[in-house]
Design a protein around this ligand. Structure first.
Ligand SMILES: Nc1ncnc2c1ncn2[C@@H]1O[C@H](COP(=O)(O)OP(=O)(O)O)[C@@H](O)[C@H]1O
Ligand SMILES: [Mg+2]
Length: 300
C-alpha cells in the first residue's frame, strides 16, 4: 500500500480526518514528528531517516505542524522538508511556503509587494523606534496591534490603546511586529476565514470573537457565509502571492467596507470551519495533493 507521512506532534481531530481521507483513496497515512527525523549523509543509505519510512521515503508528506524550538531546531525541521522536496517527495505545503507564512513580517511584506490590501505594518529591532511608531499611531487616533513574529491562534497578540500601554510593549524575541488596528465593519468584532485549495476558494466562515481577537482557539464562534466573488478573488490572490498549495486566509472588512488581508496560514486548522460548511475539507485537501502530485493517482 502506498504510504503518506503526516508531519505532526499532535495528530488529534485533523490527523484522524486526514488518515480517513487518505485511506478512502487507498493510501495509508502515518504520523511523524520532525523531532524524530534525521539527515544521514552516508553513501549507501537513504539521506533522510523518517521513523516508519526507513526502507522507502513516503509517497508524499502532508505538513500538519512544525514544532517550535531554537533557531537551529526550526532550521533543521525546515531542512528536512526542503530535502524531501529536493528528493522528489511532494511536500504539502512545502517548506518555502511555510517559511513565508510562519514569519508574519515576510507575509505582510509579500502581500504589500503585490499590491494586496493589508494593514499598515512595521517590523523592526530598535525599541526606541518601535515606541516612536506606536506613539505616532496613537497620536493619529489609531490603536495598534503587537504580534509575535511566529505566533498563531491569537497567542501573544496585544492591543495598544493608550500611551500607558506602551510601558509593556514587548518584542517577540527581540523583534517588534506592529500593525495598525483595523476597525471592522458591522456590530461587534468579526473577521472572515477563507479556505483556499489549489487556487480555488472552497469555503468561508465569519468568526465572531468574544473580544477583537477572532481566533476560534480564543472562543470565537463560527458561521458559514456565502463567498462573494471579490472576497474569493482577494483570498486566492493572497495565496498565489505566497505560493501555497492551500491556505487559510484571515480577512477583515474595515469600517469603510474594504477587505484587508490580515494573515495567510500555511498550516491552518479547519475544525471550526468544518463544523459550519458542507464540503469535507480533508477530502478536498487529500484529493488535491494526490491528484496533482502523486503520479499513480494521476494514472488512475
Ligand atoms: N491589524 C489588525 N486589526 C484588527 N484585528 C486584528 C489585526 N491583526 C489581528 N487581528 C485580530 O487578531 C486575530 C489574530 O491575528 P492573526 O494575525 O491572524 O494572528 P494568529 O496567527 O495568532 O491567528 C485576527 O484573526 C483578528 O481577529
Ligand atoms: Mg490568524
Amino acid at each position: 500500500m502506498r504510504r503518506i507521512a503526516i508531519i505532526t506532534d499532535d495528530p488529534g481531530w485533523h490527523g484522524k480526518q486526514l488518515c480517513l481521507a487518505f485511506s478512502e483513496r487507498g493510501y495509508a497515512a502515518e504520523y511523524v514528528s520532525l523531532t524524530a527525523c534525521k539527515l544521514q549523509l552516508t553513501v549507501t543509505e537513504l539521506p533522510i531517516v523518517i521513523p516508519g519510512f526507513e526502507q522507502e521515503l513516503p509517497a508524499a508528506v502532508f505538513v500538519r505542524g512544525v514544532p517550535g524550538g531554537s533557531l537551529e531546531e526550526v532550521v533543521f525541521y525546515l531542512d528536512v522538508l526542503h530535502a524531501l522536496k529536493i528528493l522528489g517527495v511532494p511536500v504539502y505545503n512545502d517548506a518555502g511556503a511555510i517559511e513565508r507564512s510562519v514569519d508574519k513580517g515576510m507575509t505582510s511584506f509579500l502581500l504589500q509587494h503585490v499590491g494586496l490590501p493589508t494593514a499598515m505594518t512595521w517590523v523592526l529591532r530598535d525599541r526606541d523606534a518601535a515606541l516612536a511608531i506606536a506613539e505616532q499611531q496613537l497620536h493619529e487616533g489609531h490603536y495598534l496591534i503587537s504580534k509575535p513574529l511566529f505566533g498563531s491562534q491569537g497567542e501573544g497578540i496585544r492591543r495598544i490603546e493608550k500611551t500607558t500601554d506602551l510601558l509593556w510593549l514587548t518584542s517577540s524575541r527581540g523583534i517588534y511586529y506592529l500593525q495598525r488596528f483595523v476597525e471592522c465593519a458591522g456590530d461587534g468584532y468579526s473577521d472572515v476565514r477563507v479556505f483556499v485549495i489549489n487556487g480555488r476558494a472552497v469555503a468561508a466562515m465569519r468568526r465572531r470573537g468574544i473580544s477583537w481577537l477572532n481566533n476560534v482557539a480564543r472562543g470565537a464562534s463560527c458561521e458559514c457565509i456565502e463567498l462573494e466573488p471579490d472576497l474569493a478573488e482577494l483570498a486566492i490572490a493572497a495565496v498565489n502571492a505566497l505560493k501555497m498549495d492551500y491556505a487559510g486566509v484571515d480577512v477583515i472588512q474595515d469600517a469603510d467596507g474594504c477587505y484587508r488581508i490580515i494573515e495567510v496560514n500555511s498550516v491552518p486548522a479547519w475544525k471550526g470551519l468544518q463544523s459550519v460548511c458542507e464540503i469535507n475539507i480533508a477530502q478536498h485537501l487529500v484529493a488535491d495533493l494526490l491528484g496533482r502530485y502523486c503520479v499513480q493517482e494521476k494514472l488512475c
